[in-house]
Design a protein around this ligand. Structure first.
Ligand SMILES: Nc1nc2c(c(=O)[nH]1)N[C@H]1C(S)=C(S)[C@@H](COP(=O)(O)OP(=O)(O)OC[C@H]3O[C@@H](n4cnc5c(=O)[nH]c(N)nc54)[C@H](O)[C@@H]3O)O[C@H]1N2
Ligand SMILES: Nc1nc2c(c(=O)[nH]1)N[C@H]1C(S)=C(S)[C@@H](COP(=O)(O)OP(=O)(O)OC[C@H]3O[C@@H](n4cnc5c(=O)[nH]c(N)nc54)[C@H](O)[C@@H]3O)O[C@H]1N2
Ligand SMILES: [Mo]
Length: 607
């Protein structure tokens, strides 16, 4: 791909973000000179976030892995000697075979999340390898698990209100989301709506940029969203502001929801949320009166106690208040289900019924006695030492001398320092992928715009080679990105679009329409096409039943709740190696004052 003339190539940014921007990357002599947002893309609209404009710093980072490496010092030190791909993969195969001989294939644990990966670099050739091996399976719980279950239980992942339709809303509620950091393309639509007279409510413990510009900010104590939402639901029913006509036609469980909400007066909820009951009542009135009203439900609320019930209660609000059926009314959660792409067909191997390890319990799994023990850990598309809970235990587990750890990543991550073998991965500017934007619902092509750095290789190549070396390859396996994609999209006659269109423009709008009106153009994808306000499956699973409030043991101590939200300079821990300085802790000035803490002090936080 060398070229002396500057060239501009189109691709998409698959980093974990709702926006899935379309990019125009300019290169000279094969090196990136500029990364810009494509002006033609209806959501990107010609601008992108700062961190992706500077993504070349990551591509050319000093900490970039450029060759496979074998550990030379103690685990954790991060000292590796360069080895060839052949040596590295030979070693991986030897270790996997040894683990299988000693304990069976469940002793192999693949650990990946793939938040910043599309359909080709995650759950394709990698999944085929681990399924055929019969390795342990991983429950992907580190993000979106409670919210996703809530959304699915209520609405079967019905498409949400499109960001451009926010301009039609009279009231916008941003609940546990901070799009100024976590998906910037929603912000201008909110600002435009405000200029046109729309009101803005933000429910967030922190004073986020949108909270500062809101008509009403509910700075609730983290973990109390469920009782806040239930108090509004109770009030809607009690004051006859609930939309009984809508509920009888389109919902199940309304009577049960009303019963469960009935104890949550504004006073009781406000006491737990540590705000004034008057604020809750003000919010309930604003929400009841405004039409259209839309709720942007984020992922912040799921990161605390009661998160699943909280997300369920928040997403039940538009049904109870009858906010659907108009443009700019309803809610947005995730639109990742906009495209039904058959990943099993691409994997070409059914899922085995092997042991499931919860990724949030990696430390425990590595340290505690389990049968079989995890003796080979294969980490890719993830950096658990930075992103998974109980860091100290994970670190201890990674230090186990009888554990063989492979880390396949673009840079020397926190986790990679504990690896026995590191494998260098390409970035999205160097490989092919296809991804659905979980905010936009667009399907986009990630196309390589430059040669791979050093000896780095894409996931699909490395996992296909490992499959081959383990003797597990079959002639009918789709291996190349194009072949995998063909399997994902299925035969021609089932589609209302052509793959050529996608290759041409780089993106396709969601097949359900770019801006569907909920309960007019789209209905819940549940068996009866109704919203299930108290889904039985969730009710069984939630501790104490759905909408049960589990008190925070620290509520009446002077402990504070630690929040570690998305920031503008990293994506989870990705790009973290570029942010050398210490992470600032933000405290409310009053909370700081009573603890004798001043601006610039060094503090120790723990839980
Ligand atoms: N720049 C950038 N963008 C990202 C990411 C990133 O790391 N950096 N991460 C990506 C990923 S993986 C995800 S999942 C999304 C997440 O994007 P968001 O949905 O915006 O989630 P968070 O940033 O975790 O939290 C959002 C807000 O919730 C608040 N919050 C915390 N606890 C509670 C609570 O109990 N109740 C309420 N009501 N609010 C609470 C936080 O203060 C924060 O302002 O962003 C994606 N986009
Ligand atoms: N303290 C704290 N913890 C968090 C969060 C937080 O905000 N604060 N956020 C939570 C959330 S919302 C999420 S989604 C999770 C995410 O947690 P992780 O899944 O660990 O995500 P990242 O930290 O982005 O790490 C992804 C890694 O994959 C690598 N990678 C990217 N693409 C490829 C590829 O094609 N091939 C290979 N081999 N490697 C690749 C990147 O270089 C990066 O090191 O973290 C959660 N944990
Ligand atoms: Mo996430």
């Amino acid at each position: 791909m060398e070229s002396t003339q500057p060239v501009t190539r189109r691709t998409s940014c698959p980093l974990d973000c709702p926006d899935l921007c379309s990019l125009d990357v300019s290169l000279a002599n094969g090196r990136i000179v500029e990364i810009a947002g494509s002006p033609e893309h209806p959501i990107t609209q010609g601008y992108i976030c700062r961190k992706v404009r500077h993504y070349a710093d990551h591509v050319y980072s000093d900490l970039r892995l450029t060759t496979p490496g074998r550990r030379v010092g103690p685990k954790g030190e991060g000292a590796f000697e360069p080895i060839s791909w052949d040596e590295a993969l030979t070693e991986v195969v030897v270790q996997m075979r040894a683990a299988i001989d000693r304990h069976g294939a469940e002793a192999i644990l693949p650990y990946c999340y793939g938040g910043s990966n599309g359909k080709i670099t995650q759950d394709a050739n990698d999944a085929r390898l681990f399924r055929r091996l019969g390795a342990s399976r991983l429950a992907r719980t580190v993000c979106a698990a409670p919210t996703g279950r809530a959304f699915d239980g209520l609405y079967g992942k019905m498409p949400g209100v499109a960001f451009p339709d926010y301009v039609h809303a009279q009231l916008i509620v941003v609940w546990g989301a901070n799009p100024n950091a976590s998906g910037i393309h929603l912000v201008p639509f909110i600002r435009r709506a405000q200029k046109a007279g729309s009101k803005l409510v933000v429910v967030d413990p922190r004073n986020t940029p949108l909270a500062k510009q809101a008509d009403l900010h509910l700075p609730i104590r983290p973990g109390t969203d469920v009782v806040v939402a239930l108090s509004v639901i109770r009030w809607l029913f009690d004051t006859k502001a609930a939309d009984e006509v809508f509920l009888s036609k389109h919902a199940t469980g309304a009577t049960e929801l009303r019963k469960r909400a009935s104890q949550w007066t504004f006073e009781r909820s406000a006491e737990l949320a540590q705000i004034s009951p008057g604020l809750l009542e003000q919010f309930a009135r604003m929400y009841a009166e405004a039409n259209p009203a839309v709720i942007r439900c984020g992922w912040g609320l799921e990161r605390n106690r009661n998160g699943g019930s909280a997300a369920t209660a928040v997403m039940a609000l538009p049904a109870v208040a009858g906010k659907f059926g108009v443009r700019g009314g309803g809610f947005t959660m995730s639109n990742s289900a906009a495209w039904q792409l058959g990943s099993d067909a691409a994997i070409n191997e059914p899922e085995p019924a092997t042991r499931i390890v919860n990724m949030n319990q990696l430390g425990r799994t590595l340290l505690e006695e389990c049968n079989p023990p995890v003796s080979v850990l294969f980490v890719y598309n993830s950096n658990p030492l930075a992103t998974s809970p109980s860091q100290r235990r994970i670190r201890q587990g990674l230090c186990r001398t009888d554990l063989f750890t492979i880390v396949f990543d673009q840079v020397m991550t926190d986790t990679a320092r504990y690896a026995d073998i590191v494998l260098p991965a390409t970035t999205f500017l160097e490989h092919t992928d296809y991804r659905v934007g979980y905010g936009t619902g667009y399907l986009s092509k990630v196309a390589p715009v430059m040669d791979a750095i050093g000896e780095s290789r894409p996931n699909y190549e490395v996992f296909a080679e490992l499959c081959d070396r383990m003797g597990l390859h079959r002639p009918d396996d789709p291996v190349a990105p194009e072949a995998i994609f063909q399997q994902l999209i299925g035969p021609n006659h089932d589609r209302g679009w052509s793959p050529e269109e996608l290759e041409e423009s780089g993106w396709l709008p969601p097949p359900t329409g770019t801006n569907p009106i909920q309960f007019r153009d789209v209905l819940p994808i549940t068996v009866d096409q109704k919203v299930h306000l108290v889904p039985e499956s969730l009710d069984r699973e939630a501790p104490g039943g759905l909408f049960h409030y589990q008190p925070d043991p620290a509520q009446h101590t002077d402990a504070l709740v630690l929040i570690s939200p998305a920031t503008g300079s990293t994506v989870s821990s990705t790009l973290g190696q570029l942010n050398g300085r210490q992470v600032p802790l933000e405290l409310h000035p009053q909370d700081a004052a009573v603890r004798g803490i001043a601006e610039g002090d060094t503090v120790r936080v723990f839980n």
